[in-house]
Design a protein around this ligand. Structure first.
Ligand SMILES: Nc1ncnc2c1ncn2[C@@H]1O[C@H](COP(=O)(O)OP(=O)(O)OP(=O)(O)O)[C@@H](O)[C@H]1O
Ligand SMILES: [Mg+2]
Length: 334
């Protein structure tokens, strides 16, 4: 798939985050180009440096969603793991082996396919936790184990097959709470005139880049941060994003509830004011799009409670979050 096709697919499910989508799409496209080049090359042992990716953004803005959507569209072996689970496990090596086993299963047992698959490791920021020395130690050893497989190593599975991670693409994700603060305190480049258009924009982009040193200051070990050259940042979602998230994706909350109503032979409609009110509330909760479902459920529960007793053909319309919905039955409509 070309980068544009990848972003077009992502757009169906993930609202906004255009920069992160582009970065991801380009990195993934180039990764598979490199894999193909390597395969076509006559030179033995030609290895192209891979560009593992770090996804950074506030909670509930779509990091995990982006990756699971990617997994669905790429038709490549794709596995996900959670860094916190890795850090809690007594034997990181065993966990990573199990991860590779899953990748191999995803590839239908084809070692060649599995060895150019994609591995997503979520909650990577939880590996950096100063304070508690025991957990910090566990976090560090997971980073060491990860950096080895990210760089490329041979992993022997329980049945004796050996899988080479040299050509796998690794995507790491994390919210990195407090990173903004670290970035705000560092020196920025300001030596090129900020007056004229393009230069200013480039400088802004460079300044807003997350650097390995920022991640180091956050608490990740330098060798690890150095192996994540591509950083994609997700933005906080706006009120308008929330309104779109509730309605536009194919599996949006609104559609999901409309389908629930349909199962009861009823019909659900929600006025624009309600979406705006929900978005406003969600903004206050500060957990990104995650709070939308809770608010929706709260709104719907009383109606869903009574709905199975209502006559078929009932229409339910919400015009405000703070007023009971209007209900009309088939008879009332005449
Ligand atoms: N950009 C988005 N477009 C559509 N839905 C979104 C978006 N961001 C978040 N959501 C919704 O919010 C839920 C939570 O998002 P997701 O799991 O991707 O958050 P996250 O960025 O991984 O957060 P965390 O750092 O807490 O893990 C998703 O299941 C999805 O329904
Ligand atoms: Mg997540």
């Amino acid at each position: 798939m070309k980068p544009r096709e990848i972003t077009a697919y992502l757009d169906q499910y993930v609202i906004g985050q255009d920069d992160a989508k582009k970065t991801l799409a380009v990195a993934i496209y180039s990764h598979f180009q490199k894999v193909a080049m390597e395969a076509a090359s006559t030179r033995q042992n030609l290895t192209l440096a891979k560009s593992n990716i770090l996804l950074v953004g506030p909670t509930g803005t779509g990091k995990t969603l982006l990756c699971s959507t990617l997994a669905a569209c790429l038709k490549r072996p794709f596995v996900t793991a959670d860094a916190t689970t890795l850090a809690q496990s007594r034997f990181v090596g065993d966990e990573l082996e199990a991860l590779m086993q899953r990748l191999l299963e995803q590839a239908g047992g084809d070692i060649e396919r599995a060895s150019c698959g994609i591995v997503f490791i979520d909650e990577i920021d939880k590996l950096a936790n100063p304070g508690d020395p025991e957990r910090a130690g566990a976090g560090r050893s997971v980073q060491h184990a990860l950096l080895k497989i990210m760089e490329g190593s041979l992993i022997r599975l329980s049945d004796g097959t050996v899988i080479d991670t040299r050509r796998m693409l690794f995507i790491c994700g994390g919210a990195f709470v407090g990173l903004e603060h670290i970035m705000a305190n560092r020196h920025s480049y300001g030596f090129i005139g900020t007056t004229s258009d393009d230069d200013g924009q480039l400088i802004d982009r460079l300044n807003s880049r997350i650097k390995p040193t920022d991640l180091f200051e956050f608490g990740l070990i330098p060798e690890f941060t150095g192996r994540l050259p591509v950083v994609a940042r997700l933005k906080s979602l706006t009120r308008e994003d929330f309104v779109r998230i509730m309605q536009t994706p194919e599996d949006s909350l609104y559609r999901q509830f409309q389908q629930l109503f349909q199962l009861e032979g009823a019909e659900l409609s929600i006025g624009p004011a309600v979406f705006a009110q929900i978005a406003e509330l969600a903004l206050e909760y500060k957990v990104g799009a995650r709070s939308l479902r809770g608010i929706f459920e709260e709104l719907m529960t009383p109606v869903l409670y009574a709905l199975p007793d209502d006559p078929p053909g009932t229409r339910v319309h919400f015009h405000s979050l703070f007023a009971p919905p209007q209900k009309t039955t088939g008879e009332q409509r005449g």
